[in-house]
Design a protein around this ligand. Structure first.
Ligand code: ADE
Length: 243
């Protein structure tokens, strides 16, 4: 049986998915995490809260691959916008991910994962395309309160991951200068991606932009988490899983 893993770093990011699972989902507690195994909108799934950061995401991805034999992994949640075109309320689907805080120079190149010989991890093209299409349908006609643009957009491209919540404009500008094609910054995606790559498991990452990674990031992130995160995730994944 093909099983999909859906992971999120915070409860709000997966709450509506857990609530929508068919009754009778089994809960397995492993390594201080709950893994909810059951069916979501007709698809066999395991849903888990990874907690925040690269180690947490990598540990959780390893568990869903080894203990639950998942055939694909989706990581979902919020991110800070980096690219000038990426605004609060937009959706980003990763084409590739990299770890912006990995730096083993002079032993290895900047951002290169040592002994893996790779900087970027490419997401599964088919799964990512389906997420992009579903996100496009979801945001069409949707106005975001307090956003710079009336109409949210959907972007596909590079996501930068690191163990830091970026909350100063100077930090965001420095990241933009170093990684001009990075669309957004978050704290888990590329760690999950590395684990999936090493195990040959296709993956995708879906991120909703909650803030612009500047001084207002904490306030924007908190408001977005409470009000919007869960609606987006469920609204984008439901049509995709039902199809
Ligand atoms: N996730 C959401 N906003 C973020 C930010 N500003 N930095 C890192 N991860 C984030």
């Amino acid at each position: 049986m093909e099983r999909l893993a859906i992971l999120g770093a915070l409860h709000e990011e997966i709450a509506d998915l857990l609530a929508a699972m068919d009754p009778g989902a089994a809960v397995h507690r492993i390594a201080m995490r709950d893994f909810h195994v059951g069916t979501l909108w007709g698809t066999p799934c395991v849903i888990a809260l990874s907690r925040i950061g690269k180690v947490a995401a990598a540990a959780t991805a390893s568990i869903v691959i080894r203990e639950f034999q998942v055939s694909r992994v989706i990581f979902t949640g919020l991110a800070g916008g980096l690219h000038p075109d990426v605004e609060v309320g937009d959706v980003v689907v990763a084409h590739s991910l990299m770890q912006h805080d990995m730096d083993a120079r002079p032993l290895f190149g900047q951002h290169e994962i040592p002994l893996l010989g790779r900087v970027r991890f490419e997401s599964d093209a088919e799964l990512s395309k389906r997420l992009l299409d579903s996100a496009g349908d979801f945001v069409r006609g949707r106005a975001i309160e307090g956003a710079a643009r009336a109409q949210a957009r959907v972007h596909g491209g590079l996501i930068a991951t690191g163990d830091v919540f970026v909350s100063h404009a100077e930090e965001a500008l420095a990241l933009r200068a170093r990684l001009p094609d990075a669309l957004c910054v978050e704290m888990e995606g590329a760690a999950m991606a590395q684990v999936c790559y090493e195990s040959g498991i296709p993956f995708a990452v879906l991120r909703v932009i909650s803030d612009r990674a500047d001084h207002a990031a904490k306030t924007d992130f908190t408001a977005f988490l409470e009000n919007v995160a869960r609606v987006y995730t469920a609204g984008i994944l439901a049509p995709l899983l039902k199809a």
